[in-house]
Ligand binder design. Sequence first.
Ligand code: GLN
Length: 488
Amino acid sequence: MSHTVVSDGFDAYYDAWEAKLGSFLEVDRDALASSAARSTGGSSSNLDGLPFGVKDNIAVEGMRLSCASKLLDGFASPYSASAITRLMGRGAVPVGKTNMDEFGMGSSTDNSAFQRTNNPWDETRVAGGSSGGSAAAVAAGLVPFALGSDTGGSVRQPANFCGVVGLKPTYGTVSRFGLVAYASSLETIGVIADSATRARLVYEAIRGSDPMDQTSVDAPADTIPSQPRTIGVLSPASLAKALAVTLAGEAGDADALSEEAAREASGAAVLEPEVARGFEAAKEALRALGHKLVDVNLPSLKYAVPAYYTIATAEASANLARFDGIRYGNRPAYAENPDDLIDKTRSAGFGDEVKLRILLGTFVLRSGFQDRYYLRAQRIRTGIRLDFDRALSGCDAILMPVFPTRAFGRGAEALSPFAQKAADIFTCCANLAGLPALAFPTGVEGGLPVGAQLVGRAFGEGLLFELAEGYEAAHPIVRPAGYKAFWG
Ligand code: GLN
């Protein structure tokens, strides 16, 4: 395959899109333009000369590293993340930093301290988050791929909202060196790309153990079982029912949610009709490709969101302690004493969502209460891992929705911050279990992309890619109006 590169007119193309999207916080236009020109005649079987976007919580030497926070505005990274160095070793060129929810906390990218990022399919809607800038830039064809980070869905959900491919790798297969930590035990650097094949190339370039990250490992060689595959399908309807029963049953509990919160939370697994239609069509398409579909049940999944938010905020409250104006962070002009300095730095620097999570994390870890929240969450985490192991012993991969809605809007069309968290149910479970998950577009419903994700066994990325590539060959990815393929 050769690139069908149209480097002429790339600058105008970029300007027109980016004025609508706001996907980049910093971009090297010269590097991008010359990559567009250089990639002419290249081959899509390698990464040489291809430009890529980098979420603003991943270090690229000499570029900003703000995590879309005022607290780090103006900070430039003195070194590059290992994933970046590896990609550069293959000839790929990091051309800019993409917008995100502050410190990776959110599902819309509207929690950025700097700008909004709009969805290439409908500018009034969000691109998803927290890697929304990366997803929007790839979906509009401004770059062929981008790196993001996925702690609870932040690569897969924006990829799903924008109609591109998103991989959350097995925990530890990609070095986290140079990724600003949010919740270290859950997160991975992930890939957002314009095709499953491209995502595979990028993943193969960045994976592998790294002396700079002691949790990194070399993945054992992928053993891909022979055809036909057996795909386990999680039924969103039965999960929704289990969730509703659990929440109702726990009323009267000292930790019970308010009635309104319980209603919002129990609706989190109920799919919007367009998403449900897309999911059914995806099942049909996989069956038509010769795969066998079987039902799977993951009983602990109904507890995934509270467990995820307990663990993620606990880790965040510790990880974000370094932003004190002494080691890192913009200091106030005047402070009475060191405590006042820390106080003023953090009060002025962090946005509301970040403050909320630091408070929540501090609350769940407070002395005498670990058993009630943190340790309970860890037990649920083990249960989820065991559920997946059991289910994956009877099938090769599990098909699940990515998010219950398509890209949501703002104002009256918005999803409340609470509902956004509850809706992480389909994504955060793969992070809790440490398993690989690949989100891929399956079609368009009512003018917006819909998709699904496949969750695999640890180190089973190869099979997930193979399944998605097979899907894509039969059902080419639909692009937003105005899209031009510059990167062939
Ligand atoms: N919505 C999740 C959260 O806000 C996703 C975070 C992520 O994966 N970085 O925590």
